[in-house]
Design a protein around this ligand. Structure first.
Ligand code: ACO
Length: 440
């Protein structure tokens, strides 16, 4: 068993809650972290007062202590282990960011080389995995295939994974980071009816992924460095994002002591939804639906109409009430990629115009609805030749790093317990069973 890490939050006073019916007062401690709002520690609320809190959607709830990622949604700041996302996207690469998220510090040269070597040597999947794909229809959504295949890894490594052992946890984490590109590329190859392409150890992580996606046995595939750099940047920008829906799912699933591969499959399932990682695919589909720049106002009006379910995909965020800092980086990358590929894309023109109109519209200003990371990532991936149904798969590949980092942190947390929220019950009060013959 590894030693549990120490909690780092500091006590900074208390708040007193007074029950209006009994007049009884309960003092609750306030805890402060390094950055961001302090929290009221309500762990003793129920035992001290008989009340639960009520917070559907967890808009005011901190579910854990974490040292991995910090977001200031009002200012549009995103830090991984203290480093601003813009600096990481400009100066680092995906595997270095993976090391940082997982281990807490940037690697030195030897550590970086060893990590790349370890990940590179875990990229192959058990040959038996190939046969799993054949059970899926060719037209299955690749996210559905990913959930199945990543979940199935639990069947390959179940006995060999003792989650209480930090070495076992690290091996499972390396396997997941290493095998996700292989599994994702196989999902694509299966869908298009091409042979699976095995990983190559002479390529970088991102080049290897592009190679497994686009190479065919009958000709040599040449990596385009602009394509590889843009893809690597997309991976960095999606690597972690604090306690979002899929990460919280991974933590919740992991809190029961479940197999890590099964927990990551649960994260992939959560990420798939259009309100979360599925939005990048939805952005491109929405842009395809808008025929011309002149028709944008019609769609803006629909997005504002409460009777119309249409929303501007790629706009708005639960935490960012400012420009998503990841969208700022990708906005630049988007024009670089389109310039380099010589694409004069009408959809980009629509996207730029849509952004301009929305940013100046009272409805969007009032609600602080800014473009999020998905608004530009979908356009870039499209320009790179990636089919829309793979967009969320690529998000899952990148986010696996965050998921495993958060999963490891959770297991090492001394205050970790099985996650078990309570509820405000509004169903029938207790009543007696009525036999079928007596029911009117
Ligand atoms: N288009 C139009 N109106 C919007 C949009 C949008 N994209 N997003 C929010 N609103 C409106 C809501 O209707 C609501 O209006 P109201 O106050 O008049 O009722 C208000 O803005 C607040 O929105 P909520 O849905 O309450 O905000 P919440 O934090 O629950 O939702 C979410 C955030 C899910 C991201 C939402 O903005 C959305 O659906 N966006 C489109 C999908 C998207 O781009 N998702 C990607 C998120 S980023 C990621 O996962 C990587």
């Amino acid at each position: 068993m590894s030693a549990k890490s120490q909690q780092a939050s500091k006590s900074s006073g208390s708040v007193t809650l007074t029950d209006p019916s009994s007049g009884q007062a309960l003092e609750l401690p306030v805890l402060s972290g390094t950055l961001g709002p302090s929290v009221v520690d309500i762990r003793a609320l129920y035992s001290g007062s008989g009340y639960f809190t009520y917070d559907p959607g967890y808009t005011s709830t901190g579910a854990c202590e974490s040292k991995i990622t910090f977001i200031d949604g009002e200012k549009g700041i995103l830090l991984h282990r203290g480093y601003p996302i813009g600096e990481l996207a400009e100066q680092s690469d995906f595997l270095e960011v993976a090391y940082l998220l997982l281990r807490g510090e940037l690697p030195n040269e030897t550590e970086a080389k060893d990590f790349v070597d370890t990940i590179t040597r875990h990229t192959m999947v058990h040959e038996q995995i190939n046969y799993l794909y054949r059970g899926f229809r060719r037209d299955a959504h690749p996210m559905a295939v990913m959930i199945g295949v990543v979940g199935a890894l639990a069947a390959f490594y179940h006995d060999a994974t003792d989650i209480g052992d930090s070495t076992h946890r690290m091996i499972a984490s390396h396997r997941l980071i290493a095998k996700m590109p292989t599994i994702a590329a196989m999902a694509y190859k299966y869908a298009v009816g091409q042979p699976f392409v095995y990983p190559r150890n002479d390529l970088t992580y991102t080049e290897n992924f592009l190679h497994m996606l686009f190479a065919v046995p009958c000709e040599e595939y040449k990596i385009n460095p602009v394509q590889a750099r843009a893809m690597d940047r997309i991976l960095i920008l999606h690597a972690d994002h604090e306690q979002n829906a899929s990460t919280s799912t991974v933590r919740l699933a992991g809190s029961s002591g479940a197999n890590p591969y099964a927990c990551i499959a649960a994260g992939i399932a959560t990420l798939w939804g259009p309100a979360h990682g599925g939005a990048n695919e939805a952005v491109v589909r929405m842009l395809e639906e808008i025929p011309t720049v002149e028709q944008i106002p019609e769609y803006i009006a629909r997005a504002k109409d409460k009777n119309d379910p249409f929303r501007l995909m790629g706009f708005g965020h639960r935490v960012y009430k400012n420009y998503d800092p990841r969208a700022t980086v990708l906005r630049e990358t988007c024009s670089e990629v389109l310039d380099d590929f010589g694409i004069d894309d009408d959809k980009l023109k629509i996207a730029v115009e849509l952004e301009k109109i929305a940013l100046n519209d009272e409805y969007f200003i009032e609600r602080k609805l800014y473009p999020n990371v998905d608004f530009y990532s979908g356009l870039i991936l499209k320009a790179l030749g990636i089919p829309p149904e793979l967009f969320t798969v690529i998000f899952a590949l990148a986010r696996t790093v965050g998921w495993v980092a958060q999963w490891n942190e959770m297991i090492e947390d001394p205050s970790q317990k099985i996650g078990r929220p309570r509820q405000l019950y509004t169903g029938a009060a207790e009543r007696s069973f009525i036999p079928l013959a007596d029911r009117g």
